[in-house]
Design a protein. Structure first.
Length: 274
C-alpha cells in the first residue's frame, strides 16, 4: 500500500482526533496540509498507511507520537512585535499603572499560544520600557501545545532574519549578537528571559487555579477553532482574568457572535468588568 495515500476516512478520523485533542478545526481544504505534514511522520516511523498511523496514536504506546502529530499540524507563524498597536496599548497601560500604583504592584501576563517565543519576549521588552527601570513584580506565563516550539522559545536564540521588526535600539538593548558558531544569530538577554516562564498547556483544558492574570494575549489562535470552541475558550479566559484585566486577540479575530461578559474596548481588545 502507498503510504502517501490519505484516504477520506483516515483524514476524517485524524481531523476528529485533532479537534478532540486541541480544538483545531481541519476542514476539507486542509487535507493536503495533513498529508504533507504527517507524511514525514509516517516515513520516520515506518508506518505503512495513515490508517495504521491513526490506530497507533490512539494507543497508550502512541502518546508521544500523538504529541508529535499535534506539533506537526500546529501552525506557528509569528514574529517580534507582531500587530504593533497591541504593544503600544500595553505600553500605555503599564505606564499608567506605574504612575498610579505603589512599588509592590504585581503584573501577571499570559501569552497563550506563544509559539517560538517572539510574542512573550516582545511583551517582556515592552514592559521593561514602560516601567523605565523601576522595580516591579512582573511575570509572563507563555504556553503552547507544541513541545517543539517551546524548546526553541526557551533557548531565546533567533536568526538575523527574524529581527527585521525589532528597532535597532531595542536590538542593542535587549539582545546579544552571536559570534563563532552563533554568527548571524541573536540571543535574548537574561533579564528578559528571566521574566518569561514557558510551559506546555492545551487551551482545551481547564486552567489550574493559579492561572490568574491582569493581561492575556491570545492572538491568531482562535481562527483555527469553531464557534463553540471559541466561546468555551473565552469563558475560560474570563475566569483567569483579574478584575479590570484585558484580553487581546488577533486583529483578524472578533468575539462577535460569542456569549461572554467581557467589555469591548477597541478592535481586538476586551476588558473584564467584574
Amino acid at each position: 500500500m502507498d503510504s502517501s495515500d490519505l484516504k477520506d476516512i483516515d483524514f476524517e478520523r485524524i481531523s476528529r482526533l485533532v479537534y478532540e485533542q486541541c480544538g483545531i478545526n481541519l476542514h476539507e481544504g486542509k487535507k493536503e496540509l495533513v498529508k504533507a505534514r504527517l507524511g514525514k511522520r509516517l516515513r520516520e516511523g515506518n508506518f505503512k498507511s495513515f490508517g495504521e498511523y491513526y490506530r497507533y496514536v490512539k494507543t497508550d504506546d502512541g502518546t508521544a507520537e500523538l504529541i508529535s502529530m499535534i506539533d506537526s499540524l500546529s501552525t506557528n507563524l509569528t514574529y517580534f512585535f507582531r500587530e504593533g498597536s497591541h504593544f503600544q496599548k500595553l505600553r500605555n497601560m503599564v505606564t499608567l499603572m506605574v504612575k498610579t500604583s505603589n512599588q509592590t504592584k504585581k503584573l501577571r501576563i499570559w501569552s497563550a499560544g506563544c509559539s517560538t517565543g517572539e510574542e512573550p519576549y516582545s511583551l517582556a521588552m515592552t514592559v521593561c520600557e514602560s516601567v523605565n527601570g523601576l522595580s516591579k513584580d512582573v511575570k509572563i506565563m507563555a504556553t503552547d501545545i507544541s513541545t517543539r516550539v517551546l524548546q526553541t522559545a526557551n533557548k531565546g536564540i533567533f536568526p538575523k532574519e527574524r529581527m527585521k521588526n525589532v528597532p535597532p535600539a531595542t536590538l542593542k538593548k535587549y539582545f546579544q549578537m552571536g559570534s563563532g558558531t552563533y554568527e548571524g544569530q541573536f540571543r535574548i538577554k537574561k533579564n528578559i528571559r528571566d521574566m518569561v516562564q514557558f510551559s506546555r498547556f492545551n487551551l482545551m483544558d481547564t486552567p489550574p487555579p493559579n492561572y490568574r492574570f491582569d493581561i492575556i494575549f491570545c492572538r491568531n489562535v482562535m481562527i483555527y477553532f469553531d464557534k463553540a470552541t471559541q466561546e468555551a475558550l473565552v469563558g475560560r479566559f474570563q475566569q483567569c482574568l483579574n478584575r479590570g484585566g484585558h484580553l487581546f486577540i488577533g486583529h483578524s479575530e472578533s468575539l462577535t457572535g460569542l456569549s461572554h461578559e467581557l467589555k469591548y474596548v477597541e478592535p481586538s481588545v476586551y476588558r473584564k468588568q467584574v
